[in-house]
Design a protein around this ligand. Structure first.
Ligand SMILES: Nc1ncnc2c1ncn2[C@@H]1O[C@H](COP(=O)(O)OP(=O)(O)O)[C@@H](O)[C@H]1O
Ligand SMILES: [Mg+2]
Length: 204
């Protein structure tokens, strides 16, 4: 059993060729509440991974959910995290990739799936396909506010991780998003207004 990641919420292992994401106990929580939270989040993440896949977004296949162990067993996605890949791409490749990623985000939102942590750390390029992982902060929510917030998380993450290429990336992303989801115009408008609201509040 090989540890692939240790996060704030979960440990990930590679075990017999599949990934086990196990939500770890938080000592600061009341044990009964900790149980319920970890169970709920485990089930919710498994459900969202499957829903996203059905919406046309490549995600790991959920093989098992263990409510005792608070773990999801899923297929291992062999590839490179987009976060690292971005640095090696030229302008055309970057545009093509993020137009595609925008269309994947649009497929999620069209099905009212909120990812919750859309960043290039949660995307893996595998055999020419982009996979979305880590739906631990996701939910099903049809509101403009939830979708707008989802996009704002992405835009802010791009701003901080890929500063030099921010405008190229976001331009491509939103064009792909709109092509796949024309009603998404309202989501983008909402994202901008959430951002203005945030600035206004934090300026006081
Ligand atoms: N199905 C998978 N296939 C390959 N690598 C994975 C898979 N799921 C997670 N990982 C790796 O483990 C890391 C952490 O998993 P993630 O679900 O993002 O948890 P966290 O909530 O801790 O960010 C990811 O960034 C990725 O490198
Ligand atoms: Mg993650």
């Amino acid at each position: 059993m090989e540890v692939i990641a240790k996060g704030a919420e979960a440990n990930l292992y590679l075990q017999n060729g599949v990934v086990v994401k196990e939500r770890i106990r938080k000592e600061y929580r009341i044990p009964e509440i900790d149980e319920v939270l970890r169970s709920t989040r485990t089930k919710r993440e498994a459900r969202l991974l499957s829903l996203a896949r059905r919406a046309g977004v490549p995600t790991p296949v959920v093989l098992d959910v263990d409510t005792q162990r608070k773990s999801i067993t899923m297929s291992y996605i062999e590839g490179e995290k987009l976060k690292y890949l971005v640095e090696r791409l030229d302008e055309d490749e970057l545009r093509e990739l993020f137009t595609h990623i925008g269309s994947l985000a649009a497929r999620l939102h069209r099905s009212h799936i909120i990812h919750g942590d859309l960043t290039t750390s949660n995307m893996i390029l595998s055999r020419g396909r982009v996979f979305f992982i880590d739906f631990g902060l996701g939910e099903v929510n049809s509101s403009l506010e939830a979708k707008g917030t989802d996009l704002l998380v992405f835009a802010k993450a791009v701003r901080s991780t890929h500063f030099a290429r921010e405008s190229q990336i976001l331009e491509a992303f939103f064009s792909g998003y709109l092509r796949e989801y024309p009603e998404g115009e309202a989501v983008i408008e909402r994202m901008r207004s959430i951002e203005r609201r945030g600035r206004y509040v934090s300026a006081r």
